[in-house]
Design a protein around this ligand. Sequence first.
Ligand code: E4P
Length: 224
Amino acid sequence: MKFFIDTADLDEIREANDLGVLDGVTTNPSLCYKVGVRNFEKHVATICDIVDGDVSAEVIATEYDAIMDEAHSLAKIADNVVVKVPLIKEGIKAIKTLSDEGIRTNCTLCFSATQALLAAKAGATYISPFIGRIDDISSDGMQLIADVVTIYTNYGYETEVLAASVRHPMHVMEAARLGADVATMPMKVINQLLKHPLTDNGLERFLNDWDALQESIKQDKVAT
Ligand code: E4P
């Protein structure tokens, strides 16, 4: 399973990248607003320099011609840019053309399996079902991941399932169990994946016992 970080914060991207297990980055306009990005294309270029893997940069346009213009500009920034396009009619049309041109896309704001089917047929590189936002409205985000994985497997679509809107470690665990290709998550969730109180307690005990052993060796030497 590939791990992407879902942020536009350069410090967080560096921190996750330093772990050595980061496969890419997803950004969106809200994440850019959160960190006060001033020059979007320059910011994307900086992220692409930090990370070797795929970096999703989202178009703002909602009409086919304007989406295509933005997509072409974004794709020129670096080889690892993936153009993020919303799952609307004009977006699907643009994804089909971009795919024919060899430009990689991440089809975002997916909330149903039929939407995901259309994205795959259009040739999207990634489909991003938003698990957390579905859970937020008392529905089952993970069921969408399961449905999309099944449908893509049934027909051999190459579009990768990118579990998005991930809020906690169980989302990552369940998405992995269902066979999602990628999970994109905030830095907080990456840290949560790592932590276990029994690991911390166990390590503390090992280190204390090691100190006690050294002390007993020292006492033996004094006695002889
Ligand atoms: C995915 O690419 C989106 O940027 C993101 O996962 C949305 O997450 P949110 O629902 O927490 O805003």
